[in-house]
Design a protein around this ligand. Structure first.
Ligand code: ZN
Length: 161
């Protein structure tokens, strides 16, 4: 009896897989299309008092000048809920960098060294900052907020295509 149930289940699974194949293919090609459309040279990221960015993935084209705006739509001042956008060079150890940054209060949590590609000012609620930078070469880069304690929630990937 158990064997029969097993084969019945197996049949169901195989059927389910067979049926879902065509729709899976469609979804994949749609996603790829969307990604192409989302390649942008003008990026806006929002943050607020809940300690997160509204985007965790940014797609930009290689070799272009990028304009990026960070908005802090919260109410808390920057001493309590400061946010910045810091884009790291590809070979940077993120947790080591974040630890160093958390100690760099005098420089608004940007540590000494040359591990960044670009960064905004540290913002408090109601503030925003716009920066421009040249897109680095194709690849994956980490961005984060370096205010102490924020980076594990406030980080994401910048993908250069
Ligand atoms: Zn922050």
């Amino acid at each position: 009896m158990k064997k029969i149930i097993y084969f019945l289940l197996l049949g169901l699974i195989i059927n389910a897989c067979g049926e879902s194949k065509p729709s899976q293919k469609q979804t994949t090609s749609k996603t790829e299309q969307n990604s192409e459309e989302e390649l942008s040279t003008n990026i806006v990221i929002n943050s607020d008092d809940t300690m997160k960015f509204d985007k965790n993935i940014l797609l930009i084209p290689a070799g272009k000048k990028i304009t990026l705006t960070l908005n802090h739509n919260g109410k808390f001042p920057k001493v309590g809920m400061g946010h910045n956008f810091v884009l790291l060079k590809a070979d940077t150890n993120v947790s080591e960098f974040a630890e160093k940054a958390a100690m760099a209060r005098k420089t608004d949590y940007i540590p000494e060294g040359d591990q960044t590609i670009a960064y905004t000012k540290l913002l408090g609620g109601g503030e925003s900052d716009t920066i421009t930078f040249d897109a680095p070469k194709k690849g994956y880069y980490t961005f984060l907020c370096t205010f102490p304690g924020h980076w594990q929630l406030m980080k994401g990937k910048l993908i250069v295509k």
